[in-house]
Write a protein that binds this ligand. Structure first.
Ligand SMILES: [Mg+2]
Length: 256
């Protein structure tokens, strides 16, 4: 079964490169929301306690402490986190700050870096497994066998992307993947990002097929000249009639 062809479109030529979004495309949106974030919250105290003296953890704590100074100056916080290495003094205040940040869904550099470290240790210790839809591993296999290269473009950091696929529930999937892009390449809703990706991979835009669940990303990739297919998975935001007219869509990778 071929993907649904847009009513006003023509069948695209066979792509050489498959470029995939993660959330809502290879992996359910709820994995990030219901598994990754709660894991970081649950492990926060244990992780900080255990890794307190690790220089890289201390440098992240420094960033969080400096952020709390700014937040205090701006009146968002009553007081900043005390600085220094004294765990008994700093840790309780640090935890209080981090729970406050998470409750308010703040996306600060320090919090994101710390969550990344907790996920990394969770994956490496086997406490976390990356989830992908069941049609994803056979599709990876099939695409590789037919000579296509597979790349990832996600707003999660490249490091986090690799962890998800390396420590997946069905084993190491990174062997199928040729490379990873995150927002350091550019925003996912801008055509220029897809042009850069095509240059970095070294193939013309029209030989790349991008699959995503987000229509703004789909339009940006189309503007850059990529072939685009939209992903319809359980829990994704519904697409409008217009969006469904503008792009072929798939509910899994079996037909891609
Ligand atoms: Mg997505």
């Amino acid at each position: 079964m071929a993907p649904n062809t847009p009513r006003n479109g023509t069948e695209a030529s066979c792509p050489k490169v498959i470029l995939l979004d993660i959330e809502g495309t290879t992996t359910s949106i709820s994995f990030v929301k219901d598994v990754l974030f709660p894991f970081a919250r649950k492990e926060l105290e244990t992780f900080l306690s255990k890794n307190w003296d690790d220089p890289s953890v201390q440098s992240t704590i420094d960033i969080i402490q400096k952020q709390s100074e700014d937040d205090t100056k701006q009146g968002l916080l009553e007081s900043e986190i005390p600085s220094g290495l004294n765990k008994d003094v700093v840790l309780p205040e640090l935890l209080k700050n981090l729970y406050w940040q998470m409750d308010n869904d703040r996306k600060t550099t320090g919090l994101k870096a710390l969550q990344g470290k907790i996920w990394k240790s969770g994956f490496e210790e086997g406490l976390l497994k990356g989830q992908v839809y069941e049609d994803v591993p056979p599709a990876f296999q099939r695409w590789k066998e037919s000579g296509k290269d597979i790349y990832i473009y996600s707003s999660g950091s490249v490091e986090a992307q690799i962890l998800l696929f390396k420590y997946s529930e069905v084993g190491d999937l990174t062997k199928h993947l040729s490379g990873y892009f995150d927002t350091t390449t550019g925003p996912k809703i801008e055509a220029s990002s897809y042009k850069i990706i095509s240059e970095k991979i070294g193939v013309p835009p029209n030989t790349i097929m991008f699959c995503t669940d987000v229509s703004k990303e789909a339009y940006a990739a189309k503007e850059a000249g990529l072939q685009v297919v939209v992903s319809i998975r359980p829990g994704n935001a519904p697409l409008t009639e217009q969006e469904l007219t503008d792009f072929p869509n798939v509910t899994n990778f079996n037909s891609l």
